[in-house]
Design a protein around this ligand. Structure first.
Ligand SMILES: C[S@@+](CC[C@H](N)C(=O)[O-])C[C@H]1O[C@@H](n2cnc3c(N)ncnc32)[C@H](O)[C@@H]1O
Length: 407
């Protein structure tokens, strides 16, 4: 059995994610919206409300349903290697009362994709690190992207997975027949049951169970599919950011922005060393932060490196220009508070001070002049007010209610 066949075998016997049809949390991740991704990466609103989207490695269609909800007019093609996962994905769509005209499910290997389409947006989360040859997949995905198209990529952060990798190594060494997932599952359950409670791996397992139960339910946390995907995984590349970055560059991609940009800033990790890190390029800075920034996976947006991409910013700096996001709805609550909701389902009630900022945003040269305009004599000191307004600005930016552009 080839490595790709082994991955197919694993996900055909244990489709992932093991979520029952019909379940979808209220808040959609920003990256599931093509309009968001387009604005975030190019700093321009798109006129294309009906993009062609590829969900590359769609699994049981949970990510696909999020894409359908966040992009109601899109045409979506969802590809996976595992036929049982695709069947569950179709069922998920039926139960969610989504039009099946919007979506096409195709069984194919991303490492040798030959679809007769060029996509505006490719969404590929939790997949590339499970491929024996990610390079081939990156090449074929890039060949399926329109020149100005974008892709959102989620990859494991190997620094956050060292203990999981150690557990995988132990279980793999004990496991006789890797095709026999029931044997692997039996070993896994006996292993965790027998470990002393104080052992770090036991603690990690308890932590996973608690977090997954809270986020996705107890059934998910105890499911075969979760145990197989996490502790018995047949193929997991342990690549760090630099390795991925090189691979993307070599296959014609350019990393444009991280989804969680704040966590890639050096200042919180290296407060005494700005003179040193400021001399580094953005790429070198990110690679430096990579082992310091422990928890989150990598989630970033990429485009073809033959294109001319400018670098906008969502991070608050006083000299950037604030602009209301095109993705929001505004409503006035009975108590006079203003409520903003973006199309991804995220809500924010604006306190009076934030409301002032919000109402005066249009036509300002930059955040500094906007904040100065909003400061009025009060009992608070000007410094306290400035800080409060800056906090509001951060909150608006982080919730994607406001965009930022450079002069
Ligand atoms: C961890 S799941 C992620 C599912 C989905 N993207 C999500 O975020 O919920 C990984 C998926 O990648 C699929 N996969 C693995 N190798 C593949 C390949 N070579 N071609 C297509 N799909 C593949 C698996 O079948 C599995 O459904």
């Amino acid at each position: 059995m080839s490595k790709t066949q082994a991955v197919q075998h694993q996900y055909s016997h244990c489709p992932y994610p093991p979520l029952e049809a019909g379940e979808l949390p209220g808040i959609l991740p920003p990256a599931s919206s093509w309009e968001f991704a387009h604005y975030y990466c190019s700093h321009q609103s798109t006129n294309n409300r009906a993009p062609l989207i590829l969900d590359a490695g769609c699994g049981t269609g949970f990510s696909t349903l999020k894409l359908a909800r966040a992009n109601p007019q899109a045409q979506i093609i969802a590809v996976d290697l595992s036929a049982p996962s695709l069947s569950l994905a179709k069922e998920r769509f039926k139960q969610a009362n989504c039009s099946l005209e919007q979506i096409q499910f195709i069984q194919a290997d991303l490492q040798a994709l030959t679809l007769n389409h060029q996509f505006d947006y490719i969404y590929c989360t939790g997949v590339l690190h499970h491929l024996p040859q990610p390079r081939l997949a990156l090449e074929s995905l890039r060949n399926h992207l329109k020149p100005q198209g974008l892709a959102a990529i989620m990859l494991y952060n190997p620094h956050a997975r060292q203990e999981i990798r150690a557990i995988q190594h132990i279980l793999h060494s004990l496991w006789h027949d890797k095709k026999d997932l029931q044997e692997g599952l039996m070993l896994c359950r006996i292993f965790f049951k027998g470990l002393p409670e104080a052992h770090p791996f036991s603690q990690l397992y308890q932590k996973h169970q608690a977090v997954i139960t809270q986020e996705l339910g107890e059934k998910f946390a105890h499911s075969d599919a979760f145990l197989v995907d996490t502790y018995l995984q047949i193929c997991e590349q342990e690549w760090d950011l630099r390795t991925w970055w090189n691979l993307f560059a070599e296959t014609g991609w350019q990393i444009l922005r991280f989804n969680d940009e704040e966590s890639w800033l050096p200042a919180p990790y290296l407060p005494g060393l700005p003179d040193y890190y400021q001399q580094l390029s953005w790429r070198e800075r990110c690679c430096l932060i990579d082992p310091l920034r422990r928890d989150n996976n990598y989630l970033f947006f990429v485009g073809q490196n033959s294109q001319n991409w400018q670098q906008p910013t969502l991070i608050f700096t006083e000299d950037t220009i604030p602009q209301r996001s095109p993705l929001i709805q505004v409503s006035l609550l009975a108590d006079g508070y203003l409520c903003l909701e973006n199309r991804l389902g995220k809500k924010l009630e604006l306190a009076p001070i934030a409301r002032q900022l919000w109402e005066q945003i249009e036509g300002q040269d930059n955040w500094k002049t906007l904040i100065e305009r909003c400061i009025q004599p009060s009992e608070n000191s000007p410094n306290q007010l400035i800080q409060a307004l800056k906090n509001c600005a951060q909150q608006l930016l982080q919730g994607y209610f406001v965009w930022n552009s450079l002069n």
